[in-house]
Design a protein around this ligand. Structure first.
Ligand code: IMP
Ligand code: MG
Length: 192
């Protein structure tokens, strides 16, 4: 365990088990929808996964390997916690979305749903292109009042209002490599 981590909230096995369940569930939901439309699952090329960097990096890498589906994978960068701050200052796109989402079944993947501003922004921009469907998937959902009420379709774990790091989540771009979801020691600086 990295020294700055005070305690573990969700351990490796629990994460792996849940990510596997989510991957299979999402793939089967999308597959059912494609079949209902008369599209062949393997040949459709109509599933587009959009992963929000950098927090969703590790979650996405594990999730896609549990999804037995033909899909395209794009990464977008949205900044919402500039620098070391743990206070949300709103969301801004730092990269462009893929332009070919019309008629696609889109899955937006993020690490955590907090104020809702990040996912609301990406969701709105994706919908402007006229996709066939849009689903939102997050590993964590914080139990806090949201600035924007974004409904997430797939949620790994609900967590209390604590600042967490690990498994892709950072504080000041550190601790993403910690393999579990944990809470930092106040001395590490994220106690705000
Ligand atoms: P939102 O726009 O407030 O919903 O924030 C979502 C983004 O803020 C996530 O993609 C995370 O990168 C970051 N974030 C929110 N809460 C935490 C946390 O507890 N630890 C690390 N990052 C967080
Ligand atoms: Mg982030």
């Amino acid at each position: 365990m990295i020294r700055d981590i005070e305690r573990t909230l969700i351990g490796r096995e629990a994460i792996a088990r849940r990510v596997r369940e989510m991957g299979l569930q999402i793939a089967s939901d999308i597959e059912r929808e494609l079949l209902a439309e008369g599209s062949s699952v393997d040949e459709s090329g109509r599933v587009s996964l959009i992963s929000i960097m950098t927090g969703a990096l590790i979650f996405t890498a594990d999730l896609v390997r549990e999804m037995p589906l033909k899909l395209s994978l794009d990464l977008v960068t949205v900044s919402s916690y500039p620098g070391a701050s743990t206070m949300s200052k709103g969301a801004a796109m730092r990269s462009v979305l893929p332009k070919n989402l019309k008629g696609k079944h889109v899955l937006i993947v993020d690490d955590i749903l907090d104020s809702g501003q990040t996912l609301d922004l990406v969701d709105r921009l994706v919908k402007e292109q006229g996709p066939a469907s849009v689903r939102i998937c997050v590993l964590l959902r914080k139990l806090v009042p949201r600035v924007v009420d974004v409904p997430a379709h797939y949620i790994g774990f609900d967590i209390p209002n604590e600042f967490v790091v690990g498994y892709g989540l950072d504080y000041d771009n550190y601790y993403r490599n910690h393999p579990e979801i944990g809470v930092l020691k106040p001395s590490a600086g994220a106690g705000a």
